[in-house]
Ligand binder design. Structure first.
Ligand code: SF4
Length: 345
């Protein structure tokens, strides 16, 4: 059986025309049912004749993830624990912004990178997610918001479980499918791919011109990065920054560096000064995120005063910095916490 949500538009067309022998224009109709309307049953494709729907049912399946657990935070953040076809569990988070939602997506079941501040990293790597599974999260998230009368989904961030660039083929296929205006219709500027950074994959991503990645830097020196992100630091920080200096930007775009502030580890003004030395002359901005310990703390949270002082220092030195609000504090919104809890029970 073909997993029909795992076909890019061209592949769907080959399947429809080449294998099923039906007219080409049906491709667009099926595509719209799958991605715009998000149906999970061929029988709901009411503009297709019954025999065609039966034929589709005999050859293909529409696999939506099953929503296992929903947690809603007081601040409106919604976390969904999704069960994939083989029983694997992944998390996706819907984050309210001003009048719309941003969804945080996973790309792998587990993660091989072992960043020391991350619950997913502690679980280890299980497998890559397919395009169908990656985008299934969007269908589940969008559907949840719609059914519950929440504001619409506007932006996507690949910042959930897994390292997106280690699942590059499925990531690129997903980005292409997201871009399709007759489907989910998320343009490049509404999608952010967050990565610890791999040189050859960044080069490929730059050539594809589908997204501008945000780099998870989290430390101002190679030494400290190697301590808190031992595997990611296999790419030397200087090489990583040089690769991002070469990344093809559009007018007014800047590279984003994510910096997770860990209490007493990387949050002092000395660290801020080191960060300025690293980034001060680069076309970039810094997103500061205060570590959210949840109920499985791996580090201490930084104090609010420390976070503000860090930001102020960067601004004083003319490095653009924003503090990202830590959403969903009361529902384990930090990556991997909900799945870890579920597996413990
Ligand atoms: Fe993997 Fe990202 Fe967690 Fe690092 S922070 S272990 S890359 S999921």
């Amino acid at each position: 059986m073909i997993d029909i949500l795992d076909l890019e538009y061209d592949a769907l067309e080959s399947f429809v025309v080449g294998e099923m022998g039906i007219p080409r224009f049906r491709t667009a109709q099926i595509w719209q049912w799958l991605w715009q309307k998000g149906v999970d049953d061929f029988d709901l494709m009411t503009n297709l004749a019954k025999n065609l729907r039966e034929e589709l049912k005999s050859r293909a399946v529409i696999r939506h993830p099953q929503v296992d657990v929903v947690q809603t935070s007081r601040d409106g953040t919604v976390k969904l624990l999704l069960r994939l076809d083989d029983g694997a569990l992944v998390e996706t988070v819907l984050i309210p912004m001003d009048g719309y939602y941003t969804q945080c997506l996973s790309t792998q079941v587990g993660c091989a990178m072992g960043c020391t501040f991350c619950n997913t990293g502690l679980m280890g790597f299980e497998r890559n997610m397919t395009m169908s599974e990656i985008l299934g999260q969007v269908l589940a998230g969008r559907g949840y918001l719609l059914r519950n009368g929440f504001p619409p989904l506007k932006n996507l961030v690949f910042m959930g479980m897994g390292e997106p660039l280690l699942n590059l083929d499925n990531l690129i296929r997903s980005l292409k499918t997201l871009n399709n205006p007759d489907g989910l219709n998320f343009s490049r500027r509404r999608i952010t791919v967050s990565s610890v950074g791999f040189l050859s994959q960044l080069e490929i991503l730059g050539r594809e011109d589908l997204t501008l990645p945000a780099i998870s830097l989290h430390a101002p020196t190679q030494e400290l990065r190697a301590k808190i992100m031992p595997k990611a630091a296999g790419t030397h920080i200087d090489d990583l920054l040089a690769a991002m200096d070469r990344y093809p930007l559009r007018p007014r775009e800047r590279v984003t560096y994510e910096y997770l502030l860990l209490g007493g580890v990387n949050d002092s003004l000395e660290h801020a000064a080191q960060l300025v030395r690293l980034l001060g002359h680069r076309k970039c901005k810094v997103n500061l995120i205060a570590y959210n310990p949840g109920d499985r703390p791996l580090y201490d949270a930084p104090s609010e005063a420390t976070v503000l002082a860090f930001e102020k220092y960067l601004w004083k030195k003319k490095v653009t910095a924003t503090i990202r609000r830590s959403m969903g504090q009361d529902i384990k919104a930090a990556c991997g916490q909900l799945k870890a809890d579920q597996q413990k029970d």
